[in-house]
Structures are given as structure tokens and as C-alpha cells.
Design a protein around this ligand. Structure first.
Ligand SMILES: [Zn+2]
Length: 263
């Protein structure tokens, strides 16, 4: 099975969605703990929430496998992403700290190497290929890494997460002008709380590919899930809330495209 869905667009923009996948390998499926079986840490419905970008003309890359198989937004050497509590390339625990796997059922090193070779690598090769194609065609490339997470996870952050969490690797993954353009969109609305480079500064994808000096600008958006879905199983999509949130997402994407366009 192809480990990702990819559609090519006409704009200089690639939208990457690494954590919405729910496919499992047989080893992982057989080994998941009771608490992990409902795939609680999935970035639920993100492809649907960002469906509009395809009509705009963006390229879209969507991982098909669950992060419980291998996390596409972690470095392949599994260095920790944050100094605070985090989860790794092969999450041993759920966000709330409960074990991901039943005792003795964690996939072995051979299985895990296979997940890197057959799932992690192809996703990243596709990002690299597409960014190179966009740059060749347009002279620059934009990468938008789309995520969501439950609004309250005491083990990972205090209190309630802001609604909109923009990450630019502390300013290293895009130009200051791009950061300012996104900030202006956030500041122009009063519906959602927001922060830039707060708890979520951008994961491996944002950090690895955001190289503004090479004409590649990358931004991560971590959304609080309550603004478009129920945060408890079965994690239902909430259309009215989603439609309202999509207005801001569209404004952010348009601002990104307008800012990057050569004058
Ligand atoms: Zn995510």
C-alpha cells in the first residue's frame, strides 16, 4: 500500500498532513494497549478541514499510517523535539502518559526499521521532491504543515491551549515578513486566541525544510481540536464550528501566498 496520498496542484504551496492517518501495520494493531486502540492522538479530520486548499491549487500530502506506527514529524534519529514532555518517532506512550502498547507487545527493532524505510522515508522523499519541483517552477516553495491536538493535555502543557498555534521554529523556518503577515491575520480577528512559537514551535518537518535563505518557507499550524470537532470519542466533526474556523485558515493560507509572491 502506498503510505501516503498525494495530489499535485498549480500553486507554489505544499500542504503536509502527517498525523491524520489511521492505518496500522499488523504488528502494531496486535500490540496496541486498550487505551490506544481508539487512536486518541490522531489529528482527526484535518484532510477534511483543509479540503479547500486543493480547490485553491495547493499540492496536498497526507500520511496514511497512524503515528503509533511511526511519527512522520519526528527526526529519523529520534532526537527529542522538545525539552518538555513529548512523544518520539515510535511513541511509547499516549499524550496523557498511558502506554501505547500492551506489555511485551512493542514492535521490535526490525519492524521499526521497516516502518522508517517503508513509511517515514517515502513521505519525506515526496516532500523533498515536491518542494524541489515547486522551486524549479516558481522560484520558491511554501510548506504548510497542518496539525491539531486536544485543547487540554496536562502532561504536555498547562491549562487550555490557544486556539491557533503557529510555529516557525522561533523564526528560523520563514522570513520575518512571512511571520508578520500571519500574525496580522491572527490580530485582525477576535474569534480565536492565538500564539506564535508558544508551546508548539514546529516539529521536524517545519524545522528540516523551512530554509528561507533557500527560498523555502515553512510554517506549522497546530489547532486546538475543540474548534471543529468533539475531543472525546468518537471524535465527531462539527460542521458549524469547522466552517467558522475555515475562514481563518483560508485567510492564513491566502496571506502566506500573497506574502511570498515576488513583487
Ligand atoms: Zn500533529
Amino acid at each position: 500500500m502506498n503510505p501516503f496520498h498525494f495530489t499535485q496542484g498549480s500553486l507554489p504551496l505544499l500542504v503536509s498532513i502527517p498525523h491524520a492517518g489511521t492505518e496500522l501495520t499488523p504488528d502494531v494493531e496486535a500490540g496496541l494497549s486498550e487505551a490506544a486502540r481508539g487512536l486518541p492522538d490522531t489529528d482527526w479530520h484535518i484532510p477534511l478541514l483543509y479540503d479547500f486548499v486543493r480547490d485553491l491549487g495547493a499540492s496536498v500530502l497526507i500520511g496514511r499510517y497512524s503515528r503509533f506506527v511511526v511519527d512522520l514529524n519526528r527526526p529519523p534519529d529520534n532526537q527529542p523535539l522538545y525539552t518538555s514532555a513529548t512523544t518520539g518517532l515510535f511513541p511509547e506512550t499516549l499524550f496523557d502518559g498511558t502506554p501505547t502498547f500492551a506489555p511485551g507487545k512493542t514492535p521490535d527493532d526490525t519492524a521499526r526499521q521497516g516502518y522508517i524505510d517503508q513509511i517515514w522515508q517515502p513521505y519525506h522523499q515526496q516532500i523533498q521532491q515536491e518542494l524541489a519541483r515547486l522551486k524549479a517552477q516558481h522560484g520558491y516553495a511554501l510548506l504548510f504543515d497542518a496539525h491539531s491536538i486536544a485543547s487540554e493535555i496536562p502532561r504536555l502543557f498547562d491549562g487550555r491551549l490557544p486556539d491557533i498555534n503557529i510555529g516557525t521554529n522561533d523564526g528560523a523556518s520563514c522570513t520575518p515578513a512571512m511571520s508578520a503577515a500571519l500574525e496580522a491575520v491572527c490580530a485582525a480577528q477576535n474569534d480565536y486566541s492565538w500564539v506564535i512559537n508558544g508551546r508548539f514551535k514546529g516539529g521536524y518537518i517545519t524545522r528540516a525544510y523551512g530554509q528561507p535563505q533557500q527560498q523555502i518557507e515553512a510554517v506549522q499550524l497546530e489547532l486546538a481540536q475543540l474548534n471543529y470537532m468533539d475531543e472525546t470519542p468518537p471524535y465527531a466533526w462539527q460542521q458549524a464550528r469547522a466552517a467558522r474556523l475555515q475562514n481563518v485558515l483560508k485567510a492564513l493560507i491566502h496571506a502566506m501566498l500573497a506574502q511570498a509572491k515576488p513583487q
